[in-house]
Design a protein around this ligand. Sequence first.
Ligand code: CU
Length: 144
Amino acid sequence: MAVVRSFSLWAVAVILVALGGCSEPDSPQVSPDTEALTKEPATIVITMQDDMTFDPRRVQVPKGAVVEWVNRSDVPHTTTARVGNEPLERLPEGIAGWDSGLLQNGERFRMKFDTPGEYQYVCTLHLANNMVGRIEVLPAGEQD
Ligand SMILES: [Cu+2]
C-alpha cells in the first residue's frame, strides 16, 4: 500500500487544471438549444477569514466540482492536505493531496475533485487555531 509522494507533479497538474479550466474541449455539436443541458462543473467558494476559519468549514460537493479558496483576511493562509498527516489532514486512498502555499489577501487556489470521499485539510499557519476544513465529495447522482 505504498503511497506515491508526488506533490510537485500534483501541484503542476493542479496548475494546469486551473489554467485550462476554461478551455476544456467540449462537444463541438453543442448548439444554443442544448446549452442548458451542458454540464458545467460546479464551483464552490470557500473563504479564509480574519478569525482563522474556513467559511464554510464543511461542504458537500458533487464529483467533478471545483473548489476555490479565496483569502478574505489580512493575514496569509494556506489550504493544505498532505498524505500521512492524519488525523487533521485526511484524504481518500490514493489521493496525493495538495498544498496551496501561502495565499495573501485576495489570492485564490483552485482544486477539482474527481474522486468521491472525505477530504480534510488545514491551514498550516493556524493549526493552533484549529483552522481546519472538510470537503465531502459525493458520487455522481447522489447529491441533493
Ligand atoms: Cu490560516
